[in-house]
Design a protein around this ligand. Sequence first.
Ligand code: DP6
Length: 358
Amino acid sequence: MGEKWVLMKTAQTPTNIAVIKYWGKRDETLILPVNDSISVTLDPAHLCTTTTVAVSPAFQQDRMWLNGKEMSLSGGRYQNCLREIRKRAREVEDKEKGIKIEKKDWEKLHLHIASYNNFPTAAGLASSAAGFACLVFALAKLMNVEEDESQLSAIARQGSGSACRSLFGGFVKWIMGKEEDGSDSLAVQLVDEKHWDDLFIIIAVVSSRQKETSSTSGMRESVETSLLLQHRAKEVVPKRTLKMEEAIKNRDFASFAKITCADSNQFHAVCLDTSPPIFYMNDTSHRIISHVEKWNRSEESPQVAYTFDAGPNAVLIAQNRKAAAQLLQRLLFSFPPKSDTDLDSYIIGDKTILKDAG
Ligand code: DP6
């Protein structure tokens, strides 16, 4: 190996939005959840992370930049992902550049990682999901790792739980698994992005400010104090997950919308049942819920589903383009951006597939 080369790979990974929420861990270090969850992967044009990973004998240490700002890689989550990927690294040869990296060389070589989000970081728009999925995917490409997307998802999971679901497009299930070592806690694709391609997603960015309680600490407090969380994980989610899988398989929007809204509301009820209570939604979020509920009830069948993660932003899933157009018209009328409703902007897009830009 000469000293003057740099080998790089770039990947782009969209974020995902859970329609059956993950909230609560049974193992904090391995990031093992208390229930299964299901998500839809979004369009990378609007909400995605692009990560370039580089390796060179000239690099003195592992370093990472997020949106141009250097950040520490000392956290356990990054270290776990890097360790697991390095373990699986294989020989890489680039004949054109005259580079050959043997399996054993990967232990000595250092990495530089540059990551960009095209959306506000940590504002309840699942930035960690896209971030860790993209990091693991890009490193796997660089290091010629053989593992498939599900196996990689179990590594991304150790960066951030929801990240494991961003390794696939379409609808994705994170199976909680039973094993203590977490080897069976991974994501599988339920259907690809073509299966239900008339769905349309609009995100009402109620606030792009950083959230006060992170998902990680919020769910820890819920596990410690909420009885509703225990009931939800044991009694509600297992049945709901089966029904959701059916609804997705049959493209049954009425059931899909009913379950999606109910699950978002129960997740926020768990947050209220936590001591001290956690408020992720604000008045504008509540008004959006009322608006959609009223509209859905005035039609023969629901037109739109809503779901809120650990923040006030509404993710609205419309049955088709026509319903999306009507929804947008209603939203712009009742919640004009940058008004006293405290609404920042709207993000409009399809759901889609993981793109490998490498
Ligand atoms: C409300 O995956 O961000 O978005 O595993 O601690 O990193 P950590 O938490 P994170 O939590 C996401 C919670 C959620 C629901 C979901 O995406 O399923």
